[in-house]
Design a protein around this ligand. Sequence first.
Ligand code: ADP
Length: 302
Amino acid sequence: MEMRSGSPAPAPTVPPGSGTDGHRIVVRDLSSGYHGTRVLRSVSFTIEEPAIYVVLGANGAGKTTLFRTLAGILPAYSGSIEIDGETTREGGSGRHLQYLSHIDGFPDGFTVEEALRFYATVQGASEPDVARVVRLLDLGELRGRFFSELSQGQRKRASIARIFLQERGIYLLDEPTSNLDPKLAREIRDLVLGLSRHDVILYSSHNLFEAKEIGKYVLALKNGQVEYFGLLSDLRPKKYVVGIRATGAEGILAALTKKGDYYLQELAGPEEVPKFLNELVARGVQIREIKEMENPMEDLFT
Ligand code: ADP
């Protein structure tokens, strides 16, 4: 896989795409952490194109710390964050962005509707905005319930509603679809995809299929540094492995490693696939299906 090394990295730049609304995040040499211990180290990147930027990395890589620093919840130790032309060490404010934490939370003692009204007031949204997000996230039946009484999925749904109260142009979404059933996760992804036509969305996920489906760019962190920043389509796996479902010529197939229903073979690249298949067929193997087994994003979790 091609990797751009992290620290001290020159700020990689994503060129502006067509139709940009001018939202721009420039992070320069950013360090931040907790109680004086650095977690993010010399993080630099520039975002100028409306799109979904999937934020990947192993547990503890620094994804949540990056979100919290960008959102202004965690002050930076050094470096700077420029959001829509305003440079700060304190991160963005609610004027610029919507931040969805991976921990779902509403204030204690509030019903869903009361909490949404409270956030609407804080954000400068109006009563019709509350009604709109209640419809959007199908919260009608939950509006009178206390947050503490809700299931994990219901909590997530209510939390997500908050970020749709006001259009902000920049969205930091830390695992927005965790704890959601597949149908609702799909609806959330569709809503976010809609936003990404004109807004910048940083989106962390542990679900690589989801990440591959929605992400245009990848921002991968490793040990608090930028491991890769660029187009998802430019990511290449370290190894090229194909899996085949096949029958016949038991002896030949038995020599291959098996994963689930698939016999695996590492090849130098896609150009070797026809030769590999021809050889198997010539030796009596009947091939039912072939697919690429490696997901290049998996390498970013090591
Ligand atoms: P990720 O979101 O990629 O899983 P985090 O940003 O949550 O990673 O964590 C990065 C590092 O910061 C980890 O080593 C974690 O233990 C540490 N960390 C996270 N939150 C705190 C905190 N509140 N106090 C001290 N250390 C923390």
